[in-house]
Design a protein around this ligand. Sequence first.
Ligand code: NDP
Length: 327
Amino acid sequence: KWYFDDDADLKWLQGKTIGIFGYGNQGRSQALNMRDAGLEVVVGSRSDESAKKSEEDGFETLPLAEAAAKADVLFILVPDEVMPQIYKESLEPGLKPGDTLVFASGYNIHFKYIQPALELNVIMIAPRMVGQGVRDTVLAGTGFPSLVAVHQDADGKAQNIMLALSRAIGSTKMGVIESSFEEETIVDLFHEQFGSLHAIRRAIEVLTEAGCSPEAAMLEMYASGEVREIGQYYVDHGLFGQLKLHSRTSEYGQLVYARGKPEQEEAHKDHLRGIVERIRDGSFAREWTDVQANGMTALKTAQEEIANDPMTIEERKLYERLGRFSA
Ligand code: NDP
């Protein structure tokens, strides 16, 4: 089910103070949009660069715990991996019955890393838009879509509050779609994990094995910037609809030849089904929690490996040549 501006009434937010916790990608844009919508916004932040920025932007900026005690609606917009600790230590002590917690991703609630008291409303407004876009699309008058859900309805008003907030951050103009914390978690993690970057890396390895220069391979596959244009065509004309903007040869290659045999397609789908399964049964979340508990060693090792990968080394040379990185 979709909801639009007409389904959302800001009266449900009358007299409520909105707290933004984490003045980063999402926090800043959502705070600015809600202030423009006429809401009273206070920012909770550890004393850091982000706090300085929010003060410069003219927001009352308080330590996390003070802002939590003051706010009636709390947008928890810190990175997912630090959220449970911040919630426990700085936000939970200041919460009062009837307060509304707003999450921009389903992860911590779905996997029960945060278990809010039952007398709190718990909702999700998950923008399908990067933080800067949340601000820019609203200023441009289009807005952006979001997945929304109610996890806990303590006072019978959670749905109305969720829609009003969706409107205030600028999302009901394009429309918000009823989802669940689980669905958002699956699609969000799946998008990150289905392997687009490694598919490009493998393609470049194969092209260079075949005697093509790394420069030619990288420019073709992504480095020229053409993919940015094509990405916009997906948005404007549809994933396959945009093929009409390519040559006939390209259209045949992409639509017919690239599809492969049915058994190849089924094998790839089986691989993708495995990714969904490991998200759904919590294996990925458990692995990621263990990685964090072990000082992020596995992530740091992978970062070092990729930094020393022949493709990355060639990419650095190409980008220096193109003036993107300084030598
Ligand atoms: P950011 O990485 O931009 O971080 C937000 C803020 O958290 C920063 O102000 C940062 O302060 C602060 N912060 C980081 N660590 C701590 C800490 N230990 N204690 C206190 N504050 C801390 O987050 P995003 O805006 O990217 O993500 C916020 C939420 O939005 C997440 O749930 C994410 O999944 C969701 N989301 C993000 C999208 C995106 O495009 N980024 C899209 C849709 C949803 P400092 O600057 O000092 O580090």
